[in-house]
Design a protein around this ligand. Structure first.
Ligand code: HEC
Ligand code: HEC
Length: 191
């Protein structure tokens, strides 16, 4: 019995080591050509595992269906949940992207929106959900050091309904002016 247990645990160990290797090979061959740091595509490093997994499910189901999302859906196609979860864990443990500079006055306006919301329009402060410094919290994505252009493009997608699984962000996106979106996203990219 003892030897059987040893053999079984050795087999289990092999399986998990092999699959962790397989996941990092998969990530490096199929994902990092776009998602490497400074590639101009959204940064995945240090993103919450929960949000990466949900995003991949949303691409598969076309809950996210902007033009860029349709392209990304082709990359997410065909993987089962265990593989998506493996990819999500892998990217969540990669380092965050480096922050980028921006105009100081724009950043100050964005920081004010992030920390206080816009009371006159009924916009909640972003730090209620996305963390004190934009580090994210489970289903609320990390926003810190994310590309400004990508963050701004997501506001467009929430507003025009090409992300249709999320009432709170749709409401917020519909209340922010273009200048306010630029300010808060420039602030986040600088974090
Ligand atoms: C050809 C380039 C390309 C490849 C290859 C690619 N992606 Fe993407 N990915 C994108 C683009 C562009 C977006 C933005 C889509 C959008 O606007 O929703 C994106 C978005 C994402 C997002 C959502 C990020 C966020 O913060 O909302 C995740 C998660 C993701 N990709 C994971 C992956 C994984 C995992 C792989 C490999 C299986 C992969 N991508 C392969 C281009 C790519
Ligand atoms: C009530 C909680 C809540 C508040 C307040 C909130 N968010 Fe979000 N936000 C979320 C959730 C949850 C998601 C993920 C939605 C999804 O799955 O598409 C999200 C997604 C996003 C995204 C997409 C990021 C990505 O990587 O795809 C951006 C950008 C964003 N929020 C910016 C903001 C900003 C800026 C504010 C403040 C003006 C804000 N949010 C306030 C909960 C919130």
């Amino acid at each position: 019995m003892k030897s059987l247990a040893l053999i079984l645990s050795a087999m289990l160990l092999n399986v998990s080591v092999a699959s962790a290797d397989a996941i990092s090979d998969l990530a490096e061959s199929k994902c990092t050509k776009c998602h490497a740091a400074d590639s101009g595509f959204p940064n995945l490093g240090a993103q919450t595992s929960e949000y990466i997994f949900q995003s991949l499910k949303d691409y598969q189901s076309a809950a996210r269906h902007s033009d860029n999302a349709v392209m990304m859906a082709k990359k997410a196609k065909g993987f089962d949940d265990a593989t998506l979860k493996g990819l999500a864990d892998y990217f969540s443990k990669q380092p965050a992207a480096a922050p980028a500079d921006g105009d100081a006055a724009v950043i100050a306006q964005g920081k004010d929106i992030y920390e206080n919301g816009i009371q006159a329009k009924g916009v909640l402060a972003c730090n209620n959900c996305h963390g004190r410094d934009g580090e994210g919290n489970k289903m609320s994505p990390r926003l810190a050091s994310q590309l400004q252009t990508f963050l701004a493009s997501q506001f467009v997608a929430y507003k025009d309904g090409s992300i249709d699984n999320q009432a709170e962000m749709k409401d917020i996106a519909s209340k922010l002016s273009d200048d306010e979106v630029t300010a808060v996203t420039t602030y986040l990219q600088s974090k």
